[in-house]
Design a protein around this ligand. Structure first.
Ligand SMILES: *Cc1c(COP(=O)(O)O)cnc(C)c1O
Length: 390
């Protein structure tokens, strides 16, 4: 079949540009250490921040939920309903986020594209931070609203763009913790700008839920802004150690999403096991703040150590620590070198990050030991001494 031969050429071009990507295959539970190709490696790139994905309590809860409600959910909620367990979890997440209601999607990706497409249409503008997650970008495209990109975390720029007018409604959307940089959006100012311009607000707390705030409620909780935005997006796939996404907000918002969010209406409801595990995780997130304290401790250790070694580390305020390299081939070499030394963290390259900002994106997990951090630093020290650093 030569109709599809072009793929072979495109793949070769990607390889040539150090942009071809291949996922690693993991043979173990996704814990602080994993086995890849028969080698034990420190996992330094997972979003399983609290280490709950491998927690026995979540695994048991998944099993119990599967026994009670089955392995699959059969159809989308509007067709064959949602389980009592899912509805209970929605109400618990609403309380956790300080909102009236919540609706669960099969993933955070689907939650983002669903909420943006449900809230904005062709006559509207979506104001989006230039470093927002791809699912937000895709949601903007699907909505057919006019996207307006503002400079990263630049509220003056946002305000000047909003002031231009010429649209029906405005929606401001931002990550709270940015997924490739680990910094936090200026949410207090954003809420203020939105209020003055009567703009709707969607804040994606994918990397903050469970990690930031006294009860793990996210960046909004940490900043005293619970209940101050129209829609809070979150995922059950990261700190909550399971799978699925959600949107929390008013009762009207939830009802509107059930009627208009295509990524829920035309998607089979999450499997009961995922709901069971996430439900167990939510309890642990609130009752074991020591896991958040541990992340804070480990990130300080790692950031200081990397800076001492001369690495350029970003302005992280979360469990995500970017180590900037620059060019893709350099980032690949550094990633390969630390992997030889027992640390697994792939190079993050365009299009995931802007050109010229390829990096190793490190994450700390509550279940990493001090020894794991020391080994990561040893690997980076050796890589630097061997000249893998640009
Ligand atoms: C991971 C991520 C998502 C998607 O969540 P999934 O549950 O993995 O689909 C959405 N937004 C941000 C900022 C993310 O990092």
């Amino acid at each position: 079949m030569d109709s599809i031969d072009w793929i072979e050429r495109e793949l070769a071009a990607l390889e040539e540009a150090s942009l071809l990507r291949r996922p690693a295959v993991i043979d173990t539970v996704s814990g602080p250490e994993v086995s890849i190709d028969g080698r034990r490696l420190i996992l330094a790139c997972s979003n399983n921040y609290l280490g709950l994905a491998g927690d026995e309590r979540l695994i048991d809860a998944a099993r119990v939920a599967a026994v009670e409600f089955g392995a699959g959910s059969g159809a989308s909620p509007l067709v064959s309903g949602l389980t009592r367990a899912q509805r209970d979890l929605e109400m618990r997440i609403a309380a956790f986020k300080g909102t009236e209601d919540c609706i669960i999607f099969s993933s955070g990706y689907l939650a983002n594209i669903g909420v943006i497409q449900a809230l904005a249409g062709p006559d509207d503008r979506v104001f989006s931070d230039e470093l927002n997650h791809a699912s937000i970008i895709d949601g903007c495209r699907l909505s057919r609203a006019t996207p307006v990109i503002y400079r990263h975390a630049d509220m003056e720029h946002l305000e000047s763009l909003l002031s231009a007018g010429g649209f029906r409604r405005a929606l401001i959307v931002t990550d709270s913790v940015f997924s490739m940089d680990g910094d936090v959006a200026p949410l207090a100012q954003l809420v203020d700008v939105a209020r003055r311009h009567r703009a709707m607000t969607v804040v994606d707390e994918a990397h903050a839920t469970g990690v930031l705030g006294p009860t793990g409620g996210g960046a909004l909780e940490a900043l005293g802004l619970r209940g101050q935005v129209d829609a809070v997006v979150g995922t059950m796939s990261k700190a909550l150690g399971s799978a699925g996404g959600f949107v929390s907000g008013s009762g009207d918002l939830a009802a509107w999403l059930r009627n208009r969010a295509r990524s829920q209406i035309f998607d089979t409801a999450p499997v009961p096991a995922a709901i069971g595990a996430a439900s167990a995780a939510l309890g642990i997130v609130v009752s074991e703040p020591v896991r958040r304290d541990r992340i804070a401790e480990l990130r300080e250790l790692l950031i200081e150590g990397l800076r001492d070694l001369g690495y350029q580390v970003g302005e992280s305020e979360s469990a995500i620590i970017p180590v900037f390299v620059g060019e893709s081939d350099e980032a690949m070499r550094l990633s390969a070198r630390i992997r030889e030394l027992g640390v697994f963290a792939p190079a993050i390259r365009p299009p995931s990050v802007p050109a010229g900002t390829a990096r190793i994106r490190l994450t700390v997990m509550a279940t990493h030991s001090d020894m794991h951090i020391a080994q990561m630093l040893d690997a980076f020290a050796a890589a630097r001494d061997q000249g893998s650093l640009a």
